[in-house]
Design a protein around this ligand. Sequence first.
Ligand code: DPP
Ligand code: ZN
Length: 870
Amino acid sequence: PATIHRQDYRPPAYWVHSVDLHFALHPTETVVRARLGLRRNGGPAPLELDGEALTLLDASIDGVAVEPARLQHLPGGGLRIDDLPAECVLETRVRISPEANTELSGLYLSGGNYFTQCEAEGFRRITYFPDRPDVMSRYTVTIEADRASCPVLLSNGNPAGHGELPGGRHWAKWEDPHPKPSYLFALVAGDLVAVRDRFTTQSGREVALAIYVRDGDQDACGHAMDSLKASMRWDEEEYGLEYDLDVFNIAAVSDFNMGAMENKGLNVFNTKYILARPETATDGDYEGIETVVAHEYFHNWTGNRVTCRDWFQLSLKEGLTVFRDQHFSEAMGSAAVKRLANVRRLRAAQFPEDAGPMAHPVRPDSYVEINNFYTATVYQKGSEVVRMMRALIGPEAFRRGMDLYIQRHDNQAVTIEDFVAAMQDASGTDLSRFARWYAQAGTPELHVTEDFDAASGRYTLSLAQRTPPTPGQPHKQPVPIPVAMGLLGAGGGALPLRLRGENAADAPAERVLLLEEARQDFVFEGLPERPTPSLLRGFSAPVKLSGLGQDSLGLLAAHDSDPFVAWESGQQYATAAMLRMVAQGGEPVLGEGLAAIAAAALDRADSDPAFAAEAFALPSESFVADQMPVADPEAIHAVRQSLRRQLGIRFAPRLAELHDRLADPGPYRIDGPSIGRRALRNAALSVLSMAPGGDGLRRARAQYAAGGNMTDVLAALRVLVDSDDPARLDALADFHARWRHDPLVLDKWFTLQATSSRPDTLATVQVLALHPDFDIRNPNRVRALVGAFAAGNPAQFHAASGEGYRFLAEMVIALDPVNAQVAARVVSPLTDWKRQAEPRAAIMRAELERILARPGLSKGTFEKVSKGLA
Ligand code: DPP
Ligand code: ZN
């Protein structure tokens, strides 16, 4: 397969100013007529249209049928036409089969209803088109279908008419006044019901809101609708950005490759990010819905009105929009805890990616399959880069920069340089060095050394940075790293921050140092005692920090005023302790330092239970593994489990007391304090149940039996499923019987078993892959079983036998011809062999080779596996 390079970008030979589509829907023989208003862009050149899995019926130019010989079929399925006039209307008719579309890209069927997914390159599976984001067109869409099976007919923009047709068919027409790239096209048709609401914009425009779901799910849309309205309000208040159509529609579908899609005026969502009832959705699900609904809504301006010139610029819309949704979610709940959770996710997904075979810059330089670049780097690291930019220039200048960006580029397809230029022009700050964050892959390592001269009260903080080499980028340059910081005295209080040459009077308690060179010294004066540095407050830069000793970390964990640093220092302390235990072997011992950190966390049970839950948790097994040049998954698992058991014994009375006291006082509520309380209560239960002879398992059985909200039910079942308790099998059977008709809940049943710490998990997973409820065509189900096992259960996936690797390879081989996008996604854990010891590494390579040898392997899986082997 060919590699596409960013430097090879050329503007299109033709613009398509208008698109008039007509769909005659049929499960196996849908006919799509497309009328494209073409205008040449520059001198004479052939027109090239993308196309994939299309059957061409006929074509005409300005109403005159085209001789078949004039249509040159291109290797990938596209069409080429020479000698077109500078301006003309090209009409094509194609036939497609939604039913045969298991890739879920283009137009497909799910549960008998029609849905589309066009980002990144799905529109070419609907009609011949220059399927690239810099071609922006005005769309008119007419959909015709059987009225009984397809009462609902939706597309982008505003409704523009509907009517009856003979033979029980009907039609509806949609007009989108805003020019858009083809990846934002959407069509939804079928037997769906709408949950409706209204929103009045700040300028008084009335918007009709609707969420389309399957009949029976109407009662599960409230949280999504509330989140939508809150997002619409927030974008007006924070950015002055108002919605720009008469309707905003969302349709939910249970077969979906991604989380959701921001199609103009018609968002399509994975049901996972819409449907929630207290008895079926966890607190995490509710939070996910709020975030994803906001994310897709925010794309209306950052992505849709201003879009990407080419797919290398993906982070232009994704990094910025993740930043916007995180900022929104922080404002809706407890900002500090949301920040911790986002940093935890960044480090769980993005740091390993940045250190692995697929490492790429936030703006990649090349790709084989663009779907492989919808990554944590483009999304989460891209968001961190925007966050740093805002911190550097300040919130007011950032807002002016956003205004300028949108004013300059509304209805354009632009690049990351255009975004940075707007921020630079609005702030007057030179951002040319900062832009290296977009170009350089790898996670910078920030190392700190200190020197204190007691006689003069002078403290020198030396910060050094280094970014390790990544594939294709052997040498790195320093990047500007904003380090938000403070200094603590031995008692934990803040010390004044007076840099050499500054006035004593202005010394602040917190400031941001900017490390621009490979190494810089920052000299503070007038310190009455040796300080402890609190660095990267709020995680001010996406880097790895090292150089602080356990004493400093312990002090920061106990006393720092910045919740991020307090949490982070506890995590780093625990990580260092666990790494030492892994290296030493023998029976792990819960030291006094670790116990003190746990106790300090529990002390915050009343003031901030959500924080307490985060701070009480030990770092994940994968996080610890990521700190080792060669990981030892089984040893890490053993150490972590042993420490959890010791915590359970040591804190048993307190954990039991918390479990009693933090029970929901009344009916389920989805607000920050309630979520935090449940999180801490269930964390207490989980650790308590590790203690031999304690009553944790009894509590878990009772909590499961009590039913109630899914957060508590699942937490109780989690404990049972990890245990040897005989009740676990009954509970699993009960859960299955109860929820077998709710796919999203059944996904949880699969995931719970796939991520169990029990030693027989792999065998269970192999059996579950043959379960009648396992469906390889449903991406959620594949992620729930195969993805969860391979990416979320390191100790079992890396079992020394290599059976975990063989299982994943088998699944990838079976999945690739069905849905290549999902196959290429779940294969990732197998490519991490460089960080495993032999013989594991050799087995992983052999499994990758086996996948690579498959005839007809998709280019996406090919890219991941071949890069993984390199
Ligand atoms: N563009 C989509 C998103 O919002 C792709 N899943 O991230
Ligand atoms: Zn997005």
